[in-house]
Structures are given as C-alpha cells and as structure tokens.
Design a protein around this ligand. Structure first.
Ligand code: F6R
Length: 244
C-alpha cells in the first residue's frame, strides 16, 4: 500500500486526479470505478479542468459507480446518477452509454444486483476503483459488520444514515430506505484502488482502517489485503501516521 500525503484538500484532489489521469492516458479504454460523496468532488473538478485544457480524453473510458439509492429516478436531484452527471460526466467527453450506475428504479431488486455484477464482469472488471471512506469505516454502502464476501447487493440503510440524509429531502418519508452497493468482494476485485480521504474528522478511522485489525467492524480495513492500493490523503486525515 502506498500512502501519499497532500498538504490540503486541493492538493489531495490534484494528486488523485493525476493518478486517474495517468490511468486514462496510459490505458484510454480503462474501466474506472467511481464514488460519490463530498471527498471526490474536487477530484472530478480537476479532471474536468484538465479535459477542458485538452490534456485528457475520456471518449473510450467506461465507468461503473459504487452505489445508488433504490427508488430514486436517475433525474432525481439526490440520485448518485445525477451527482455523476452534474459533477463529472456532463463536463467531459465521456460517452454517457459507457457510464453505469445501479438502476434505482429497477422493479426486481435481486435481478438488478445480479445485472450490475454481471455488467462489471462483462466489462472485464474494474481497472481503477476510486473510493472514499465513511466515519465508521464504510466503503460503498458496506456498513460495519457486512460480510466481506458480498457482491453487489441491496442495503437497508441504518437510522443514522437516514437521519443524516433527511436534510436533502423534503420529508423523512422521501428519504430512500435502501441502496444498491457493490459488495466488499466486488470492490476487492478491482485491479487497483485509489482511496481519497481528507479532514481531521477522518484521522481516527483512517488510522484504524489502515493499521488496525482487518475486521468487518471496520469495512475499509479489508483494503490492507488488496495488492495495489494507493491512499491519497491530506495532512489532517493523516495526523495519526508517522510519515517521513
Ligand atoms: C460514495 C460512497 C461512500 C462515501 C463515504 C464518504 O459513493 O460509496 O462510501 O465514499 O460515505 O463520503 P464523503 O466523501 O462524503 O465523506
């Protein structure tokens, strides 16, 4: 595992964008696994800026996102599909048909999980998976105590997550109760993983995930067993590491 320290959030974003951009320059038909959330926003912004300058071509890239809320239409403001369109896909020359998220409106949940997993396989697997990590160590929507051998599945969101999400919806009833997520096994099958982390509020969990026991209680701890992980984090997130 490589741990790369950046001075601040902007620096973290530039370094992570450099790694993604190198992947796309070296392998223009890469399959990128992508994440939503606040951490990668600046990474997508940086990639879009380099695209505008003519430095990166996404025309042959394919993408699969980690997760999506069940029940939300792709056009819903809070859907992860919409997040990806607004923050990244609409700003670069990626072919929309080559971008994939679980279908929040699928009527058969199990079939949708199987379709998504099969789709990832049919693309030849993920070349580089971008990840963030939650305060409790979750990756994707794999919350603590989720089995490590899960593939794409539907997750019942816990009360804390529902309450945290409530601010984005007009009423508690509108907050999605379930989400589709790649499982830990799916994530671990990616050939390379790039974990981005910023902020002092993530310092403890990042330290636990990278140096503590590998346990489903800290889902991100599984990354210690992956052969090709790069962590790009800012100084605050790495406060508990003694890096030279
Ligand atoms: C996003 C995802 C989540 C986030 C995690 C961190 O697709 O799967 O695991 O990466 O919740 O979120 P932020 O970046 O908002 O702190």
């Amino acid at each position: 595992m490589k741990i790369i320290q950046a001075a601040d959030y902007q620096g973290m974003c530039r370094k992570a964008a450099n790694i993604l951009s190198a992947q796309v320059i070296l392998f223009p038909n890469s399959v990128l696994g992508l994440a939503t959330g606040s951490t990668p926003l600046g990474v997508y912004q940086q990639l879009a800026e380099w695209y505008r300058k003519g430095d990166i071509d996404f025309s042959r890239v394919k993408t699969v996102n980690l997760d999506e809320y069940r029940g939300l239409a792709p056009t819903h403001e809070q859907s992860y599909r919409n997040y990806m369109n607004v923050n990244f896909f609409d700003k670069v020359n990626i072919v929309k048909e080559n971008t994939n998220t679980p279908d929040g409106l699928a009527t058969d949940t199990e079939a949708e999980c199987a379709r998504y997993e099969a789709l990832i396989s049919s693309l030849g697997g993920v070349d580089l998976q971008l990840l963030g990590i939650g305060h409790n160590g979750h990756i994707g929507f794999n919350e603590p105590d989720e089995a490590f051998d899960k593939i794409t599945h539907c997750v019942k969101l816990n009360q804390r997550t529902l309450e945290a999400n409530a601010r984005f919806f007009s009423s508690m009833d509108d907050v999605p109760k379930y989400a589709y997520s790649m499982g830990i096994k799916t994530i671990m099958q990616a050939r390379k993983i790039l974990l981005v982390v910023n902020g002092g509020d993530k310092a403890d969990i990042l330290h636990a995930a990278l140096t503590g026991p590998v346990t489903p209680r800290v889902p991100g701890s599984i990354l210690q067993l992956h052969p090709d992980v790069t962590v790009v984090a800012d100084e605050k997130a790495l406060a508990r590491f003694d890096l030279v």
